[in-house]
Structure formats: structure tokens, C-alpha cells
Design a protein around this ligand. Structure first.
Ligand code: FPP
Length: 238
């Protein structure tokens, strides 16, 4: 039996978030430039979005470009931004036909104009769709989200006494989505790298050595299967 068959179709995580790591190493193993790894990563992302939608995952959020990724060489930053543009130009039509709704978290206004415009267009075209909400974390980092949320709370002069968990959540980029049930990180590192630190409070974690361009549908099902074996108590007793 494979993991696809072993997963319990009645217990699919509502929200899966993914740290897609290992594109560079995947390319290096093949003696190819990092750009080839990122392109292969974008191709796998397309498959994973489709699979999540087919399986009934309601929210899929992927860490596509962090606030720290600007430190990479200019050439790689431009390549990633260009890939986001071509990815959206190529895939939005099909995603729209498949009822996928595109979203974004992060300070997207600071993205290059072309990437920003393409993203806004994709979000507008798909805004009424009811399938998986596929969010790209772009120029996203939780620490930045925290200061962005505090600034907005202060601008609105909200009553300090009224600030609780629920109010705080409303000011985060992630306000439109439930917290992730399952956070996957590919590529062998065991850390969150500033990704959804607040929202991850009760998430289940799945770390694997598979490099992102090799993280296929069966690997996704394996992660979901392992998630289904966990005992989620949310601080309560069983
Ligand atoms: C980390 O791998 C990956 C990224 C920083 C970017 C993720 C981008 C993609 C999957 C492709 C493009 C995305 C879209 C939305 C079209 P790494 O390059 O740091 O890998 P390494 O650790 O092996 O060097």
C-alpha cells in the first residue's frame, strides 16, 4: 500500500503550510545552476497545489520569499521574482478553472512592481473561488508581521484593554486563514526560519530530508498520514 491509499480521507488537515527548502541543493546534486532548482521547485509547487485542492485541503500556504531572502545575490533575487511572475502568468488560468483562490501574506507592496501587479491580478481573478485558498508568503517574515500589526493597531488607536489574542490575530497578514494544522519543511533543516511563529502554536510539524523539487504527491500523502497518527490535545487532556 502507498501513503495515498493509507491516508484517512475524512481527516485531511484544513490548513497545510510548507517551507519549501532544497531547490539549490537539488540543482547542485545535478551539477546545474541554482536557477534550475528553483524552476523545478516551481513545477513541483504546481503539482502540490493541484493535489491539495483535489484532496480537499482548504488552505495551503507556502513560504516563497522571506524578508531575509533579499540578502541573496541580486541575480538570484531577480530570478525568484521573475519566476513568481511567470508562474502566475502561466498557472492562474488553470488554477481559476480548478476553483483555486490565490492569496498572499507579507509586505507585498515592496515587491518589484511586475510581481506585485501580477499577484494582485491573480488575487482579483480568483477572489470568488471556493476551492483551496492558496497563499504565497512573499516578503513575509513573522517578526515583520508583528511590527506591521502593532503599527496598524496604534494607527487605529484601539483600546488597550480590548487587545486580546483574537484582536491581535485580526491585524496579522494571516487574519483571513485559520492557524496551520500541519507545517511541512522539506530539505532537512529543523527550524521555522521566521515562518508563522504565532500561528504555529498548536501546529503539527513534519520535517523531511526530501529536497523540495522531489516532494511529490506521495510525499505529501506521507506527511498527511503522519499527521493523522498524532494526538492533538491543544493543551487539554485526553
Ligand atoms: C529555498 O530553497 C527556496 C526558496 C527560498 C524559494 C522557494 C521558491 C520556489 C519553490 C520556486 C518559486 C516559487 C514560486 C511561487 C513560483 P534554497 O534555494 O534555499 O535551497 P538550498 O537550501 O538547497 O540552497
Amino acid at each position: 500500500m502507498n501513503y495515498e491509499e493509507m491516508t484517512d480521507k475524512s481527516n485531511i488537515p484544513t490548513h497545510i503550510a510548507i517551507i519549501m527548502d532544497g531547490n539549490g541543493r537539488w540543482a547542485k546534486k545535478r551539477l546545474m545552476p541554482r536557477s534550475v532548482g528553483h524552476k523545478a521547485g516551481a513545477d513541483m509547487l504546481k503539482r502540490i497545489v493541484r493535489k491539495c485542492n483535489d484532496m480537499g485541503v482548504k488552505y495551503l500556504t507556502v513560504y516563497a520569499f522571506s524578508t531575509e531572502n533579499w540578502k541573496r545575490p541580486d541575480e538570484e533575487v531577480s530570478l525568484l521574482m521573475g519566476l513568481i511572475v511567470t508562474y502566475l502568468q502561466k498557472e492562474v488560468k488553470e488554477m481559476n478553472e480548478n476553483n483555486v483562490r490565490i492569496g498572499a501574506i507579507g509586505d507585498i507592496e515592496k515587491l518589484p512592481k511586475k510581481a506585485y501587479d501580477e499577484l494582485k491580478k491573480a488575487m482579483e481573478i480568483t477572489k470568488d473561488n471556493t476551492g483551496v485558498v492558496f497563499s504565497l508568503a512573499l516578503n513575509y517574515g513573522f517578526r515583520d508581521d508583528l511590527s506591521h500589526a502593532i503599527k496598524n493597531m496604534m494607527k487605529e488607536n484601539i483600546d488597550i484593554e480590548k487587545i486580546d489574542d483574537e484582536t491581535a490575530k485580526k491585524y496579522l497578514y494571516t487574519s483571513y486563514m485559520p492557524d496551520p494544522d500541519l507545517i511541512i519543511r522539506t530539505g532537512g533543516e529543523i527550524r521555522l526560519s521566521n515562518f508563522m511563529l504565532y500561528e504555529a502554536s498548536y501546529s503539527e510539524f513534519y520535517f523531511c530530508d526530501t529536497l523540495w523539487p522531489e516532494f511529490d504527491e506521495e510525499q505529501l500523502c506521507k506527511a498527511i498520514y503522519e499527521y493523522q497518527q498524532r494526538d492533538r490535545r491543544f493543551g487539554n487532556v485526553k
